[in-house]
Design a binder for this molecule. Structure first.
Ligand SMILES: [Zn+2]
Ligand SMILES: [Zn+2]
Length: 360
């Protein structure tokens, strides 16, 4: 299957400036973000993929020259040998990554400049099942997950306490190493962060004994997160600084929590609106009445008009879910059903027999 052209995906000309590419990407990413109303995950991924390549100077150059042949796991063009295993390295300190852009989107703030020379810890994802009430009231929930955290002994630096630092021999103190790839088109080089000093150019003379100089460890971390009010199943929210820690005291990644909401015994949700059922007796349906109904926001007296038909929906404004964007709440839609009695007293039976004679 032929892949769509990255420039077409972003809707920019082939000679678009870096700035234009970034602008186009931001616009489209916001538009298609699965978190937004009308968002679309497939489109969102497509846009991201295109941006990952076009925002990166080297990758863009190679893409311009060779097209999709350079994507990870792609089939070798023209049956070229030894090419299939080529993978883009989306990590590293060059260019602007996913979290730089989505830092803004999820409200994590900047930090773009600081990221260049330090390691960036990976963003991680988790899924969380919550109750409808958790979303309605923006409650706090405990979450427990495995992630990379900073080593306690060296506070993430990787150095034994009080150890001095020396120049890294692996990269001669530059913090970068040049990797070469052999491809059917010739040899290509890519700079990547030195794996020994993690871009610092310096290493501790004595490595921390607790983490062997990595500055990080794997741990199960338990903490509370605040559920964004009004969040719906299939949406996600970000938690800054709860992703993976990076070696050598780099920037900690972010956590993205995908939410699913457990089935509620009373309410079903449609966007910001909640639907529920209520039943009234035959006489209430005929004469009308006020019926007490438990909403998510307390009890109300639902006004049932006389002569109501079974299945009629009564809308109660502002008793639904809080709106995620902006203020206010959705509505509560109550489907009123008429309860047909199955057990009758003798008197009730007599009265109904009388009604029957009147064709009621
Ligand atoms: Zn350590
Ligand atoms: Zn190094």
């Amino acid at each position: 299957m032929a892949k769509k052209d990255f420039y077409d995906i972003l809707g920019v000309p082939r000679d678009a400036s870096d700035d234009d590419i970034k602008k186009a990407y931001r616009k489209l990413a916001h538009q298609h973000h699965p978190d937004k109303a009308g968002g679309e995950e497939a489109k969102f991924k497509e846009v991201n993929e295109a941006y990952q390549v076009l925002s990166h100077k080297e990758k863009r150059k190679q893409y311009d020259a060779y097209g999709h042949a350079f994507e990870g796991g792609g089939a070798p063009p023209g049956g070229g040998a030894g090419f299939g295993g080529f993978q883009w390295d989306f990590g590293g300190g060059n260019g602007e990554g996913f979290s730089d852009i989505f830092g803004d989107f999820f409200g994590f703030g900047g930090g773009r400049g600081a990221r260049r020379k330090t390691n960036q810890g990976e963003d991680i994802q988790a899924s969380l099942t919550i109750e409808l009430e958790d979303s309605a009231f923006g409650r706090e929930k405990e979450i427990s997950l495995k992630r990379v955290v900073a080593c306690e002994r060296c506070h993430g630096s990787g150095a034994e306490p009080k150890s001095e630092t020396i120049s890294c021999t692996h990269c001669s103190g530059t913090g970068e190493v040049r990797k070469q790839f052999r491809t059917p088109f010739g040899t290509m080089a890519q700079n990547s962060i030195c794996t020994e000093c993690h871009g610092r150019g310096k290493v501790p003379k004595h490595k921390c004994t607790a983490c062997n100089g990595q500055g990080i460890k794997h741990a199960t971390d338990t903490f509370t997160v605040k559920i964004p009010q009004g969040i719906d199943s299939g949406e996600a929210f970000g938690v800054a600084g709860k992703g993976n820690a990076a070696p050598f005291g780099g920037t900690v990644g972010n956590l993205y929590v995908a939410v699913s909401i457990a089935k509620h015994p009373v309410f079903t949700r449609h966007g910001d609106d909640l639907h529920m059922k209520a039943s009234v007796s035959i006489s209430q349906a005929v004469f009308g009445d006020k019926v007490e109904v438990q909403t998510l926001h307390g009890a109300i007296n639902l006004k049932v008009p006389g002569g109501i038909q079974s299945g009629t929906v009564i809308r109660v404004e502002g008793k639904g879910m809080p709106k995620r964007a902006g203020y206010g709440k959705g509505d509560l839609l109550v489907t009123v059903n008429i309860h047909t009695p199955t057990k009758l007293t003798r008197r009730q039976k007599e009265l109904l027999e009388e009604l029957k004679k009147e064709n009621l």
